[in-house]
Write a protein that binds this ligand. Structure first.
Ligand code: IPM
Ligand code: MG
Length: 354
């Protein structure tokens, strides 16, 4: 079968890591007789430089017409602390989420035995942690109007808005994930303070009766931030609103010591987007040192979304094998460090040979 994949490498190390995921997918294509047609689109700082827009219409159309989007990373330090920049690369990301209606961001967080000593937490605390953060991605304070500044510049405001339907659709998805896993859902909010959080909690409470096989626990976000550090192994599936999810998903990803290993999927109404959770690492760009594994594992999630389950498992097996063989980049090696490209080549070769 032929699949159309929109390839959006973005900025910094984006192009190098996406290239390795492409190699891996092509190897899968060869082995399992699929054709992946990669079509390139510009985004982020690169797109601002070229056409003045971080998510140009052409790129949007490319995504809309594709079966899936493989995304690298966006962001460039030249836009930081630069109040004169009219448009920032991140706006492209927000625009893409909104226009593709990617209402759910899925981040699986798991530990890798060989990386436990890279965790900022004690290995015995994180060992076995395996949970999924499901973050609402197209609502809340990121998009609420009104927002702005008073005329004298001394007051600023943002608005958090959620509708019941927005809560229902992401919670349904979260319950489905929980059903396929350990059947535990943690709903995270700030219902002791925020009206939107009370709507979230009430809505999820009403939905519980339809999912009696899933245990639901409600947790305030500050408490959740603490418990993720104290007992990371007690979580299974978490669901939360946009900004809480932004913060908790970064916190969650770093406790495993595997920031360069964690993939993500953003899914919604139109084409789904798959990307590593780490950023564009501009200092590493072009040096052939970036760890491509998070992007490769994102490609595995992509394959699974196309119902290519065996193929997805094969990619994951290749990643495990490369780690066992010590064919990994400098950030996670215990001995010799391999370059980004060498890791990609090794993975592709493993897939073809095994
Ligand atoms: C993320 C990022 C973005 C967000 C930024 C870059 C706008 O932090 O994807 O988590 O806040 O959503
Ligand atoms: Mg973030």
């Amino acid at each position: 079968m032929a699949y159309k994949i929109a390839k959006l490498p973005g900025d910094g190390i984006g192009p190098e890591i996406v290239e390795q995921a492409e190699k891996v997918m092509n190897a899968i294509g060869e082995k399992y007789n699929h054709e992946f047609r990669f079509e390139f689109g510009i985004t982020g700082a690169t797109a601002i430089d070229q056409v003045g827009n971080p998510y140009p219409e052409e790129t949007h159309q490319l995504c809309m017409d594709a079966d899936a989007v493989l995304f690298g990373a966006i962001g460039d330090p030249k836009f930081d602390n630069n109040p004169k920049a009219k448009v920032r690369p991140e706006q492209g990301l927000l625009e893409m989420r909104k226009r593709l209606q990617l209402f759910a961001n899925i981040r699986p967080v798991r530990t890798f035995e060989s990386l436990l000593d890279k965790s900022p937490l004690r290995a015995d605390l994180v060992k076995g942690a395996d949970f999924i953060v499901i973050r609402e991605l197209t609502g809340g304070v990121y998009y609420g109007e009104p927002r702005g500044r008073s005329e004298d510049g001394n007051k600023a405001y943002d608005t958090t808005i959620y509708t019941r339907d927005e809560v229902v659709r992401i919670t349904e998805l979260a319950f489905d994930y929980a059903r396929k896993r350990k059947k535990k859902l943690t709903a995270i909010d700030k219902a002791n303070v925020l009206a939107t959080s009370r709507l979230w909690r009430q809505t999820i409470q009403e939905m519980e009766k339809d999912y009696q096989d899933v245990e639901v626990e409600y947790m305030l976000v500050d408490n959740a931030a603490m418990q993720i550090i104290q007992w990371p192994t007690k979580f299974d599936v978490m669901v939360t609103e946009n900004m809480f999810g932004d913060i908790l998903s970064d916190e969650s990803s770093v406790i495993t010591g595997s920031l360069g290993m964690l993939p993500s999927a953003s899914i919604g109404i139109h084409t789904s987007v798959f990307e590593p959770i780490h950023g564009s690492f501009p200092q590493g760009a072009g040096k052939d040192i970036a760890n491509p594994l998070a992007t490769v594992l994102s490609a595995a999630m992509l394959l699974e979304s196309l119902n290519l389950v065996e193929e997805a498992r094969k990619v994951e097996a290749a990643v495990d094998a490369s780690m066992n063989a010590g064919v990994v980049t400098q950030d996670i090696t215990r001995g010799k460090a391999y370059g980004t490209k060498a890791v990609g080549d090794w993975l592709a070769n493993y897939i073809l040979k095994s």
